[in-house]
Design a binder for this molecule. Structure first.
Ligand code: UDP
Length: 253
């Protein structure tokens, strides 16, 4: 039997050649990594939850006119996506100080920011994804000024959408990371949201209890990551309410 071609394998996902030109199949693994892969683990069912959660967020964004790479979910662990040329930047949006910003600037975790702050990190594992400015981005040719303006606009729209969706289920969106890719429509280039949007790349705090429902549970050894992600999925209606992590994620079609 012919094997499909692997295009790329990252820490949490694999990309395979898609059924048509310009498409890829994105497979979600159960692997978790943190601190630039210094800490690793396998979280049973995480890939299934992130596939479904990323579908939920990306298809919601598509519906409100924020373009993403998501086409459709194929099965428990795979989704069909548009092939993009990834811009080598991680775009982080922060609403509340946490993580590296709190450390770098000495701002206590949980301090609300006066406005959403957008940061760019250069995607380079060997360098540990350093924080860069727009000056670096332009000078080194990673993106043009127009791309940067479009990326900021996209990131802020994603922030508004995600903040609202989370607030509706009692969760505060503290910060998140997105990746953005270029696609070509004939001679015109467009930027769209790519990669994934899931609790692996967001900070999500329960509004009432402050409980962390994101990858910090793994980074900081705060409990069972699968339980935290299943809780997010359950609140969003992506999983039936009686599913516990022990019972394994169970998809609603
Ligand atoms: N983030 C991510 N991938 C990375 C780095 C950060 O998804 O390689 C996300 C992280 O989950 C958080 C936000 O981006 O929601 C901001 O992360 P931060 O800069 O505080 O870094 P961290 O504390 O994760 O090292």
């Amino acid at each position: 039997m012919a094997r499909r071609k692997k295009v790329y394998e990252g820490k949490a996902k694999i990309l395979y050649e898609g059924p048509e030109p310009g498409t890829l199949v994105q497979y979600f693994k159960d692997d978790a990594t943190a601190f630039n892969a210094e800490k690793t683990g396998v979280i049973d069912g995480k890939g299934v939850l992130n596939n479904r959660l990323s579908e939920f967020f990306m298809s919601g964004l598509n519906h409100i006119g924020v373009p993403t790479h998501f086409i459709r979910r194929l099965n428990m662990r795979e989704q069909l996506i548009r092939q993009v040329e990834i811009i080598p930047l991680e775009v982080v949006v922060r609403n509340i100080a946490a993580g590296s910003m709190s450390e770098r600037l000495g701002i206590e975790e949980g301090t609300p920011l006066p406005r959403p702050i957008i940061e760019f990190y250069f995607k380079d594992d060997a360098l540990g994804d350093p924080l860069v400015t727009e000056e670096h981005v332009i000078a080194f040719g990673w993106a043009q000024q127009q791309d940067l303006d479009d990326m900021v606009a996209l990131a802020l729209r994603v922030n508004d959408f995600m903040s609202g969706v989370m607030l509706a289920v009692g969760i505060r969106l503290v910060d998140f990371k997105i990746e953005i890719g270029r696609i070509w429509d004939n001679d015109f280039q467009r930027l769209i949201v790519a990669d994934e949007i899931s609790p692996d790349s967001c900070r999500l705090w329960d509004i009432e209890s402050g409980r962390k429902l994101d990858k910090d549970v793994f980074r900081r050894d705060l409990g069972d990551l699968g339980d935290a992600y299943a809780e997010v999925a359950r609140r969003l209606g992506v999983l039936p309410s009686n599913v516990t992590h022990a019972a394994k994620p169970h998809l609603i079609n």
